[in-house]
Design a protein around this ligand. Structure first.
Ligand SMILES: [Zn+2]
Length: 332
């Protein structure tokens, strides 16, 4: 990282507001035509150079799962088909859903259209999932979803509409500041180990043999280090060290605070727990009159929804996927 940029980023470390710090930092990265820290915008400057940053443009041009991993967006491009991925700002969501309804009626949608409203996530983190703010926003979105689904049912083309959450959210019951524990380990960050403070997990990379034994035996908090069999159960036991060597997962309801996402305001709602009971996605599936769908709406896994989607797009034989499709599609 250029030293001038580093000096200016150091100055942002003391900005007392998370949102203002994020704005100033993204402006600085843009000016320096350098990488971008993404949503982990509260990462202290001395830590930034240890982690790979990315260019914002790259991320937004084609939604990506990471280098070397292809997604349905890549498959569509390869097949010469079109897609649109739209993530409106929270104030624009209802307007964008109105535009979507008109395009369903006009039959002017691409092969795959993804609308990603983020307001419930932002409000849930800020006010808590059971707050008035979340309830009011959910009611507004429910109304838009109802109108969209009825437009889909009336459509004359073969439309499949999946309305799904990417996760749920739990009220936060307590914060955990790992800084005193990290200091007490008598290991030096950047020499003996690296750590990344996610909101519901702390990931460690061990740079010395000593740290590999000392960290799991001395670091304590409201959670536990994941065992190999736990990692295997979520398809996360990997020989690559890119995501970490040791994973300390917090108990449900607890959050790391401050973490690399928030430093000035603790969240009141959180998702992404290892042992999750509340975080499973729920989905509604709607089809146009020319497509019959046989299935009961139920709690489901993302991998199963992905398979339903690729079945409808006709990619099921071309790309191997985990998961079982939900129900059966019939075209009349
Ligand atoms: Zn979130």
């Amino acid at each position: 990282m250029p030293s001038k940029l580093r000096a200016m980023l150091m100055a942002t470390d003391v900005i007392p507001s998370d949102s203002i710090r994020a704005l100033v930092r993204s402006g600085l990265f843009k000016l320096a035509k350098s990488g971008y820290t993404g949503v982990a915008n509260s990462i202290p400057t001395p830590y930034i150079s240890f982690f790979r940053t990315r260019l914002k443009d790259q991320l937004e041009k084609r939604p990506t799962l990471g280098s070397g991993v292809t997604s349905i967006f890549d498959w569509l491009v390869e097949a010469g088909e079109s897609y649109e991925y739209v993530r409106p700002s929270p104030g624009e969501e209802q307007l964008e859903m109105g535009r979507l309804i008109r395009r369903v009626e006009d039959n002017s949608l691409p092969s795959l259209y993804v609308l990603h409203p983020v307001s419930l996530d932002l409000l849930g983190h800020r006010y808590g999932p059971e707050s008035f703010e979340v309830m009011a926003s959910a009611k507004r979105l429910d109304n838009c979803v109802r109108r969209t689904l009825s437009a889909v049912v009336d459509a004359e083309t073969n439309l499949l509409c999946i309305v799904m959450s990417d996760h749920g959210m739990l009220p936060v019951t307590g914060n955990f500041d790992p800084a005193p524990q990290l200091r007490a380990m008598e290991l030096t960050h950047g020499q003996d180990y690296l750590c990344f403070l996610d909101s519901t997990a702390i990931r460690f990379w061990c740079l010395t043999e000593e740290s590999r034994t000392l960290i799991p035996s001395s670091f304590r908090g409201p959670g536990h280090f994941l065992t190999d069999s736990e990692l295997r159960s979520v398809h996360a036991l990997s020989h690559s060290r890119i995501n970490g060597d040791l994973f300390f997962a917090l108990d449900e309801g607890r959050v790391v605070f401050p973490d690399f996402f928030r430093r000035s305001r603790a969240p009141r709602g959180m998702h992404g727990y290892f042992a999750q009971r509340y975080d499973n996605p729920v989905a509604l599936v709607g089809t146009s009159n020319s497509v019959e769908f046989e299935a009961a709406v139920r709690r489901c896994a993302h991998v199963d929804l992905a398979r339903l989607l690729v079945d409808h797009l006709g990619f099921h034989n071309r790309h191997p996927l985990d998961g079982e499709t939900i129900g059966a599609l019939h075209y009349t």
